[in-house]
Design a protein around this ligand. Structure first.
Ligand code: IPE
Ligand code: IPE
Ligand code: MG
Length: 251
């Protein structure tokens, strides 16, 4: 049975988040500059977005550049910014009926990138097959810090009461407020860490780590992660028996 046939089409994770890691090592292993890995990584983004949309994923959220990545050599940052600019072609999103969004400190990006991002967001706003979100100049602690500062300000101004700060309210104030929490978080490239990604949102996500470097990640790798996910029991604190019972007698 092929991998795609092993996927339960009724239980596709609604939201997959991916830490796309391993571009530099992929290139270095081939004796190429790290930027060659990033260039190949962009091709993989295009393919995986189309694959995910095709199998019915509703939200795909990709970690492309962290706040910590600003500490990389300037030449690598510049090459990445250029690749991002080249990647942002509206036609591909329109053709695949993909809504494009971005999360992160967008105002730190070069103006040309900001403009292209905004154009893509605006022109794809009505697309509804899948929402593709790119995390750019993003880190979770940065996001949480800014959100807390804004909420503290609202309390100070008297337009927000401390007791109104519930879990749902916090989620609604985060940059990710237009998406559900990730069901599945994938990290490629072999590292077993979260690197400041969606810390609040991944409270109950299933984690899947694979050694494959992002430039080698393909539809088969994605299917493997989804099959692995589908073999897990998500208990959310309950017992396994409770979860089975609830599945048999949905309320
Ligand atoms: C991920 O690949 C892409 C970015 C962080 C921009 P890396 O560039 O981190 O590649 P490795 O981990 O050094 O191989
Ligand atoms: C995480 O990868 C960030 C992105 C994939 C954009 P890094 O390569 O920056 O993470 P660390 O430094 O190995 O944790
Ligand atoms: Mg890395």
């Amino acid at each position: 049975m092929t991998l795609i046939d092993q996927i339960d089409k009724e239980r596709i994770p609604a939201h997959i988040a991916i830490i796309m890691d391993g571009n530099g090592r992929w290139a270095q292993a081939k004796g190429q500059p790290r930027t060659a890995g990033h260039a190949q990584g962009v091709e993989v983004v295009k393919n995986i977005a189309a694959d995910a949309a095709r199998i019915g994923v509703k939200f795909l959220t990709l970690y492309a550049f962290s706040t910590e990545n600003w500490n990389r050599p300037t030449a690598e940052i510049e090459a990445l910014m250029k690749l991002i600019l080249d990647y942002l072609e509206e036609e591909t999103f329109m053709k695949n009926n993909i809504r494009f969004r971005v999360i992160g400190g967008v105002d730190l990006l070069p103006p040309a990138v900001q403009k292209r991002l905004n154009d893509c967001i605006e022109h794809t706003a009505a697309n509804d097959r899948m929402t593709l979100t790119i995390a750019l100049s993003y880190s979770s602690r940065w996001e949480l810090t800014h959100t807390m500062q804004k909420m503290a300000n609202d309390v100070k101004k008297g337009i927000l009461q401390p007791e109104d700060i519930t879990e749902d309210f916090i989620s609604s104030r985060l940059l990710t407020n237009f998406m559900p929490d990730p069901d599945l978080l994938i990290r490629t490239g072999g590292e077993l860490r979260i690197s400041n990604y969606l810390l609040w949102q991944c409270a109950y996500s299933e984690f899947y780590f694979c050694d494959t470097y992002w430039p080698d990640f393909d539809a088969e790798c994605l299917y493997k992660a989804i099959i692995d996910f589908q073999h897990r029991q998500r208990r959310f604190g309950k017992t396994g028996d409770q979860v089975r019972e609830e599945a048999q007698n949905p309320s």
